[in-house]
Write a protein that binds this ligand. Structure first.
Ligand code: DC
Length: 233
């Protein structure tokens, strides 16, 4: 890591607002936003396209080795490329959402994406969001935030997002799927979803993105602001 270039880790369950908060926070700081869920989603898309069972560890690992996943900054946030194809939209389809936790549970997948994530964050000046950023990917991050919100609020947000994209979903189904994903993410043997002991918990229930970003900027100043960032990762 370069001198004075901060890395900020944001973890939390599905729908806690990680991506929106991380995107705006990165914009405010002039940092690169790395949405690590997008990497798991891109890999899941490739698994499904190859008709591989998401539970088949060996076959999924083969796909992970062959797939070329990239993240590039775009005008409306990051763009995700899978073997050179822009899959930014495709990775948000419900089919991918339903299978991504299964793909993410394989140790081989996590090991492969761990290397990629550390490469992406190597220069600092990054806001990285995911499930295990503060605990596994960037244990030396300068600031760690653990975002939460009630399952009901998270389901309402996801439902709004999906309906805006034209999907006909019910609140009950979205809530069930959020709860199922919470369980899979929290119970997975490798790198389960949990807050790092030195993470700052931030509850986003009833708060808009700007309010949450302001709160995080406040926490950043308590660790010395941008000048207080460590020189080594
Ligand atoms: O944040 P998201 O909903 O786009 O994440 C999709 C899935 O990827 C989520 O169910 C768990 C997995 N994931 C993970 O296991 N570790 C990460 N660092 C990021 C995401």
């Amino acid at each position: 890591m370069q001198t004075g270039k901060c890395s900020i880790a944001i973890d939390g369950p599905a729908g806690a607002g990680k991506s929106s908060v991380a995107r705006l926070l990165a914009k405010r700081l002039g940092f690169l936003h790395i949405d690590t869920g997008a990497l798991y989603r891109a890999l899941t898309l490739e698994v499904l396209r190859n008709s591989v069972k998401p539970t088949d560890a060996q076959e999924v690992a083969k796909i992970a080795e062959q797939a070329n996943i990239e993240i590039t900054p775009g005008s409306e946030g990051i763009r995700v490329l899978l073997n050179g194809e822009d899959v930014t939209k495709a990775i948000r389809e419900p089919m991918v959402s339903e299978n991504v936790s299964l793909v993410a549970q394989h140790p081989e997948v996590r090991e492969y994406l761990l290397v990629l994530q550390r490469q992406l964050a190597a220069d600092g000046g990054t806001v990285m969001d995911g499930r295990d950023i503060g605990t596994v990917v960037l244990p030396e991050a300068d600031l760690k935030i653990f975002l939460t919100a009630s399952a009901e609020e998270r389901a309402r947000r996801r439902m709004k997002e999906l309906r805006a994209q034209g999907y006909k979903v019910t609140y009950k189904d979205v809530l069930l799927s959020i709860r199922a994903r919470d369980n899979l993410d929290a119970e997975r043997l490798v790198a389960p979803l949990r807050a790092a002991t030195d993470a700052v918990p931030v509850d986003t229930t009833g708060k808009d993105v700007d309010t949450v970003v302001e709160e995080i900027l406040g926490h950043l100043s308590t660790v010395g602001g941008l000048d207080g960032c460590s020189t080594e990762q």
